[in-house]
Design a protein. Sequence first.
Length: 227
Amino acid sequence: MQKVFSKQNLCKLVATVALAVGLSFMLNAVSSDKALAATPDQQITVSVQGTTISETFTYADLDAAGMVSGDVTGYLYQKPTGEWYVVGAKNSVTLADLLDAAGVSSYWGAGATIMYKTTDFPSGYDKYFTTYEETARSNCFYTAVGATGLAPLTSWVDTPTVLAFDYSQAQIAEGSDSAKTLAASTFTTGTRFCCGLTDDTVNGIGTTSMGKRMPTEITEIVIRPAA
């Protein structure tokens, strides 16, 4: 079906309507504050491949700069066998703000990708490389996704691309949905990259909706500029 409005405007419109009917309350059942497990000395390094640029920030640095949000935001991924999972992000900083703080935004443009270094992959997480185009699009969290299949994609909220310092992960149970699963989430300390989906990617095949898009325990974000 052809959309009359842009997806970005629709996301904003639906989010506004959702507030009126109480959806936002359900999504924020976990209080929007910073009273979770994020610790001041958690670190993240941002570097640019092929340069000497490397900036390291602690959680305390980012929080003191007013960059950390205590709001809960939701994300989705699907197992190859069909089960859907919800990832929650809290005490997070947007990717755009993090790259600005590191002074590397000019390297993050069309054709660029991100490689992650994690505690499990200290030399580089090679399961998935996030593209600039993925983060630049209007991404959404679909609130009516069921355990193994999608409800009609008529309910969503706009969701930013973030690095979370506290995150949750839970499988959507039979009879539940993504919004209820997010509201009941239990968070744990750790860094996780979180990026939303679109109508195309949520129904996509291959890696477009899989969990490998959102690696955990990230120690370094490496910008790989376009060739």
